[in-house]
Design a protein around this ligand. Structure first.
Ligand code: DX5
Ligand code: ZN
Length: 221
């Protein structure tokens, strides 16, 4: 993959001006909207539900990258696809039948992402590499925006990139990174092989969102 895709995490946007924030990052060059669904159980925080995703889908003109941090992805993932997720990423730690779930998300017409927490052995995603469109390595413990990047993530990205090459999947499966991404940490993860950068605080904290989005895009000229 020869391009860096930037997915601003709407979690860091101003919730009282949500629609304007959506349009603002689209105009600033965002590739996807990253939408963090949290259930107050898999992670302590609680965020968006299905009606919210449906409303966002009507407004958005770029793909919705929906990241479900829920304890029961097998039961609810397809509802989020029906609500408008173009890409649906679920956690390997939470899924009971990850392989079956990946196949049903694909059959429902969405791209499949598999996420792994920082403390989860990378080997847990290897059996599923043929069945997903992206692997999301968490570079913070999920649940909140504004946390610090965990520096061991770059090493995990390299191992994953090597494994994808070994399987001949390097042009099929995107490596996505989520948490604590800014220009500096973004450079580290892109050098290691990441091609999708999720960033909340770094993008929404800027007055002109085109600046951080442009900085992340330019990491791979
Ligand atoms: C964390 C979320 C992230 C978060 C990233 O659980 O999955 O998407 O919003 O926010 P920043 O970029 O502020 O770490
Ligand atoms: Zn996320």
């Amino acid at each position: 993959m020869t391009k860096v895709l930037v997915a601003p995490s709407l979690l860091a946007s101003d919730p009282m001006r949500f629609g304007d924030e959506v349009k603002n990052v689209e105009a600033a060059g965002a590739d996807w909207h990253h939408v963090d669904v949290m259930d107050g159980h898999f992670v302590p925080n609680l965020t968006y539900g299905l009606p919210f995703i449906q409303a966002l889908k009507k407004l958005a003109s770029i793909p919705l990258d929906v990241h479900i941090m829920v304890s029961n992805p097998d039961a609810v993932a397809l509802d989020y696809v029906k609500a408008g997720a173009d890409r649906l990423t679920f956690h390997v730690e939470a899924a009971i039948h990850a392989h079956r779930l990946a196949q049903s998300i694909r059959a429902a017409g969405a791209k499949v992402g598999l996420a792994a927490n920082p403390g989860t052995p990378l080997e847990s995603v290897f059996p599923l590499l043929e069945d997903v469109d992206s692997i999301m390595l968490m570079s913070v413990n999920p649940g909140y925006g504004g946390q610090h990047y965990i520096k061991q993530t770059a090493g995990r990205i390299k191992l994953l990139a090597d494994k994808l090459k070994q399987y001949g999947l390097q042009n099929k499966v995107l490596i996505e990174v989520d948490g604590g991404i800014n220009a500096e940490t973004g450079a580290q993860v892109v050098a290691a092989g990441a091609r999708v950068l999720v960033a909340g605080t770094f993008i929404f904290g800027a007055t002109d969102r085109a600046v951080p989005i442009g900085q992340l895009h330019s990491l791979l000229p």
